[in-house]
Write a protein that binds this ligand. Sequence first.
Ligand SMILES: C[S@@+](CC[C@H](N)C(=O)[O-])C[C@H]1O[C@@H](n2cnc3c(N)ncnc32)[C@H](O)[C@@H]1O
Length: 301
Amino acid sequence: MATPRGPSSSLSPHAAANGDAQADWWVASDPREALTGRAVAEDHVLGVGGASTMLASITLRTPVGRVLDLGTGCGIQALHASLHAGEVVATDISQRALAYARLTHALSVPDARWDLREGSLLEPVEGEAFDLIVSNPPFVITPPGAPRFEYRDGGLEGDEVVGTLVREVGAHLNPGGVAQFLGNWEIRGAWTERLEQWLSESPVPLDAWVIQRDALDAAEYAETWLRDAGITPERDAARFRAAYEQYLRAFDAAGIEAIGFGAVLLRRPMHGSPTLKRLEEHEGQAPDAARPAPGREPRRT
Ligand SMILES: C[S@@+](CC[C@H](N)C(=O)[O-])C[C@H]1O[C@@H](n2cnc3c(N)ncnc32)[C@H](O)[C@@H]1O
């Protein structure tokens, strides 16, 4: 049963800069669990978080025509894209998320061209191509039986959301187009093997640059994502323990040694064959391009 939701939504200020363009936005979402003090509902719509700002900070910001924001949620990636794109197509499987994204658009960038579409992964853009695809997708690996949440579980087994994107996104890129997304991947042996496999299965040969920023063992991963949803031993010890054990058992049974977290950049070559394949580990601080320029601090409420 879904956890009862409080009456309020959340409006957060968010500032950004891209070259000379400065922006102050309002982002609409559900309130985070730290504010409500309880576990989030299954259909929770995430506000701007660390992963959102990290992706925004590493996304290439050259002027482009069409951008796809896959899994738009509150609309934060689409907002950033509006600073350098002619048109943004923003998709989500959740009608609640799309309603929040619509509100974010109305409050923050009413004149920007946003086309909001409901559907799973690349289904809503079948046959279409983009200059830039950005996604902070529902990449969390949740074992069967453990609590699932729309904002982070894409409805596929294991790390298949990220696998699907690596394999299929190339067909939706214009020549020279770039896809940038975050992800988790299962690690058995060398972490690069899974990424290499997915890349080899893309029918469109792609330049690839993958950075693994972190790797967690099963226990760390379970605790991270249970707490992220507000499922804590302090609030509900029995629920936390049961879910925690599901993670440990399932990962052990699947031979998963660790779970990698990182960023993927794929580019469809303008001409000819790919020239870049770089898979590396880098645990340093990501640049914070989402940080406002001096004198443009976000409004506080
Ligand atoms: C981690 S949130 C990211 C939200 C926002 N783009 C950001 O950067 O913070 C992932 C989003 O993907 C959506 N989603 C979940 N499953 C999906 C699917 N199969 N296809 C498309 N979107 C999905 C969720 O509803 C959620 O809004």
